[in-house]
Write a protein that binds this ligand. Structure first.
Ligand code: OAD
Length: 263
């Protein structure tokens, strides 16, 4: 039996599956990496800009960088891996996607295939194909003064501090709704992800080096509760030796073969 058939058999037999994705799933969409040569901006390192201290000191500079990152990612489209996972989660009960990515491509895929639910409401039907975003999303904002959160895709005018996006409810500065260095991950999202992982028969891990915690603990939570790990990654990772099946393959090529009806 080839590894792909072996992996597919395990996914088909599983009652519930948690899918954990990382930057590798978006590599086939051309999303630039965080730290690679395409990710550098004006000689700043991400660790210097993606922090609460940097935003407090110079919100205009931080927004200028996020505007640039958004402009690089906005033209990127969900690839066959995002689309196949969205369709799968939309049609099969017990499948949920958890992502470390902030590019919003899983959510766009869910909308594209009609798996986001009619309203995107926070119930099983409304959120079936939409991911739990552990690190937030570049195309969402939250208020620095009140509890407002919302989608935000408009171009950022970072020409002056006065032009920066403001909260429609209280007028305070808005900030990107992403997790910065030194910040905790959103508690409710992390708890839900770990609860899903603990109950899952299989954790399908796609395109993550599986070294950054707490996300890296999600496959371990499935394994600790007696479930299996199936991995898709062109490289060996720290998870490979713990996986029941590890496919050395690109996400856009392997994932549709694992989860689509016709493979
Ligand atoms: P990494 O950049 O650490 O790892 C990307 C993984 O994708 C590597 O294991 C690659 O081998 C694999 N890969 C590359 N091309 C692929 C392809 N076409 N198909 C499948 N896999 C491929 O990214 P993450 O593991 O996502 O956090 O990094 C985790 C977190 O570290 C990020 O979310 C970010 C960073 O600090 C925050 O921004 C909070």
């Amino acid at each position: 039996m080839t590894s792909i058939l072996d992996a597919r058999g395990r996914l088909d037999a599983a009652g519930s599956v948690v899918v954990l994705t990382g930057a590798g799933i978006s590599a086939d969409s051309g999303v630039p990496t965080f730290r690679g040569p395409d990710g550098l901006w004006k000689d700043y390192r991400p660790e210097e800009l993606a922090t609460p201290a940097a935003f407090a000191r110079d919100p205009r500079l931080v927004w200028e960088w996020y505007g640039w990152r958004r402009s690089k990612i906005a033209p990127c489209e969900p690839n066959p891996a995002h689309l196949a996972l969205a369709r799968w989660a939309g049609r099969r009960e017990g499948v949920r996607i958890v992502t470390q990515n902030v590019d919003g491509l899983h959510t766009r895929a869910a909308k594209a295939v009609g798996a986001a639910g009619p309203t995107g409401a926070d119930d099983a039907a409304g959120r079936a194909g939409t991911p739990l975003e552990l690190h937030g999303c570049l195309f969402r904002v939250r208020c620095t003064g009140c509890r407002f959160r919302g989608e935000h895709r408009e171009e950022i005018d970072a020409g002056s501090r006065e032009a920066l996006p403001r909260c429609p409810e209280c007028g305070a500065l808005l900030r990107p709704d992403v997790v910065w260095f030194g910040e905790a991950l959103p508690e409710a999202v992390v708890s839900e992800a770990f609860a899903l992982a603990g109950e899952a028969d299989v954790c399908l891990v796609v395109g993550t080096s599986a070294v950054v915690h707490p996300a890296a603990g999600i496959p371990a939570a499935t394994a600790a509760a007696g479930g299996e790990i199936v991995e898709v990654n062109p490289e060996v990772t720290p998870l490979t030796s713990r996986a029941a099946v590890s496919l050395r393959a690109r996400a856009a090529e392997a994932v549709p073969r694992l989860v689509s009806r016709q493979a």
